[in-house]
Design a protein around this ligand. Sequence first.
Ligand SMILES: *[C@@H]1O[C@H](CO)[C@@H](O)[C@H](O)[C@H]1NC(C)=O
Ligand SMILES: *[C@@H]1O[C@H](CO)[C@@H](O)[C@H](O)[C@H]1NC(C)=O
Length: 338
Amino acid sequence: MTSLLGIKLAPARVPWKRRLQTAGVLYHFWANSFTIVLVLLLFPLMFFCGFAPIVIAYGIWMWWDWNSPYKGGYVSKWLMNMRVHKWFCRYFPISFHTTADLPPDQNYLIGMHPHGVIAVSAYNFMSNGTGVMDLFPKINIHTCTLVGNFWVPIRREWLMLHGIINCSKESLNHVLGDSRKGQAAVLVVGGAEEALDAHPRKHILTLQSRKGFIKIALENGAHLVPCFAFGENDLFLLASNKEGSLIRRVQSFVKGLCGVSPVIFYGRGIFNYNLGMLPFRKPLNTVLGKPIPVQKTIKPTQEQIDELHSTYIRELTELYEEHKGKYGIPEENKLIIR
Ligand SMILES: *[C@@H]1O[C@H](CO)[C@@H](O)[C@H](O)[C@H]1NC(C)=O
Ligand SMILES: *[C@@H]1O[C@H](CO)[C@@H](O)[C@H](O)[C@H]1NC(C)=O
């Protein structure tokens, strides 16, 4: 491998298969980061250069469509099945493993752990990249994300076409309360707070105080499914931010202000292996646990919520312990639940 000033360069001749995989990652990177820049530049430019009607028409559409992200959105199986998603998944590669079936006569709330820096494992559910559409052909899967993502024009439609919805309570109730059944919502429970702990080979979950999703599951009688992504925390390197350090306090402060964690991380670049914003090529194994049956309870008591919360943590821990050995996690590496 050639090295320049400590940067490990990629060889000039890389097989096409691998180039396409990197293109798959760049595509998602673009869809997630650059639509914001594009829209900020393109829309004003169009507005002042004779394309104002298009910009205005889009504005009217966005206003009319504003509530879709918490009314289940709209899914395009065609877009979810695009080849670029397969390239993306083969880059790491991402594999999806099930331990039980999800019968279509129930609704499900799938809890994803850990969040990692950008929750790559959530991509398992927003495309057919790992073949998830064939595993559960009768289940409509909705992945939940922060509301702010739907404020960006174009990107909001892109997200919804991949089955992604607003992660608010109303939004979850809409999906999980659907009497047609066969609906599943995927929630990355630890959220932005957990992203701050996404250090490689550590599994620190923000879960002890998160009980809102348990209450929502009870109110709707949605079965809870724990899901663990082995390798999620190995995709980037994080700056050290120990609990109580100045940098951690600043990060928590910013997170409190805007809901997004300013994680300081780096990965690899397009043409090198150790400097950039792209994730490392490391295997990601997502294991979906078995559903925990939940009895519909209109007004659950704190006791009922606490009980289901402990059951959930127990099942998640068992899932982790049972499968960690296969994915190279040593016996002494335990889940830390905060
Ligand atoms: C998401 O949910 C919140 C809370 O219900 C709501 O205020 C917001 O308008 C929703 N956002 C979108 C884009 O639907
Ligand atoms: C999903 O991908 C698999 C291959 O991974 C493919 O065989 C299947 O046809 C796709 N499913 C749908 C519903 O398009």
